[in-house]
Design a protein around this ligand. Structure first.
Ligand code: SF4
Length: 277
């Protein structure tokens, strides 16, 4: 269900550790990942957690609102993240081009602060020429597995991981600064480190040298959606998902990661695996 809406604000002050503002051009995300922490967003538009993935509200007045907001900000060196609760390059971006319009406005306002983009979509490569005009921009692709069949279960309608890796390579070849967001970390990596190594190898081959890693967020509202999806997976894997919130499990997985990192020259963003309480 697609419903165009008019937003009161687009540029929102952020509590995330390494950004000052976030821009979300859409409410909702058709990629519908089972582990998505943004599934609560629908409550502002009469949608339930279970509806996540089935609706999008494009903010069609983005240009007018964002232009006004950017005009009022004197300090153009602040960091901006696109996007925190939606995918900025989900399929509807082809039609609405709201992410592209936001970037064009940032250029118009001579933004010099860091612009950080995170997506699961190869559509991001459409804007390579636009990215080249920014003095300080980075583009991240989320990679949770190198196995497209795993992506199909947990990231129902997102582009397969193989296309995301291809997009990373294309961005690197174009000279754009990139990173890979390896998160959420799937719990079975603690028992099968070779699957995590496959991700490291695949990301390394794209030319990306910076990674950002995050543990699975098992807040109660996320668990309900996620575990429904997992009802058909192998029991051994399912048990790992149940363990994923424990400190013991996190420590085991972090040991696997630090051992693996010794064999690569990746820079681990924030020097730690991000964890949720
Ligand atoms: S792509 Fe990102 S925002 Fe969209 S459903 Fe997946 S995790 Fe959530």
């Amino acid at each position: 269900m697609i419903t165009e809406i008019k937003a009161k604000s687009i540029l929102v002050a952020s509590k995330l550790p390494d950004t000052d503002f976030v821009i979300n051009a859409y409410t909702g995300c058709t990629f519908g990942c089972s582990y998505c922490y943004a599934s609560f967003m629908g409550r502002f538009n009469g949608k339930s957690i279970d509806d996540w993935g089935s609706y999008v509200f494009p903010k069609v007045n983005l240009e007018e609102v964002l232009d006004g907001e950017l005009s009022k900000i004197k300090d153009k060196t602040k960091a901006i993240f696109l996007s925190s609760v939606t995918d900025p390059y989900q399929g509807l971006e082809t039609k609405y081009q709201l992410t592209k319009k936001a970037l064009e406005l940032l250029l118009k306002h001579h933004w010099t602060g860091e612009i950080s983009i995170l997506t699961k979509s190869p559509l991001v490569t459409r804007d390579i020429e636009l990215f080249k005009k920014f003095p300080n921009i980075e583009v991240g692709l989320t990679i949770t597995s190198t196995d497209d069949s795993v992506s199909r279960i947990l990231e129902q309608s997102a582009p397969p991981a193989s296309l995301r890796l291809k997009a990373l390579k294309e961005l690197n070849q174009a000279g754009i600064k990139t990173y890979a967001f390896i998160g959420p970390l799937l719990p079975h990596f603690s028992a099968t480190p070779e699957k995590l190594k496959d991700i490291f190898d695949s990301v390394w081959e794209t030319g990306t040298r910076e990674i950002y890693m995050e543990h699975l967020n098992l807040s109660p509202y996320i668990k309900v959606r996620l575990f429904e999806k997992l009802s058909n997976v192998d029991r051994a894997i399912l048990e790992k998902f149940y363990e994923a919130g424990t400190d013991k499990y996190k420590k085991e997985l972090e040991d696997v990661i630090s051992n693996l990192l010794k064999s690569y020259d990746f820079r681990l963003r924030l020097n730690e695996v991000i964890s949720h309480r």
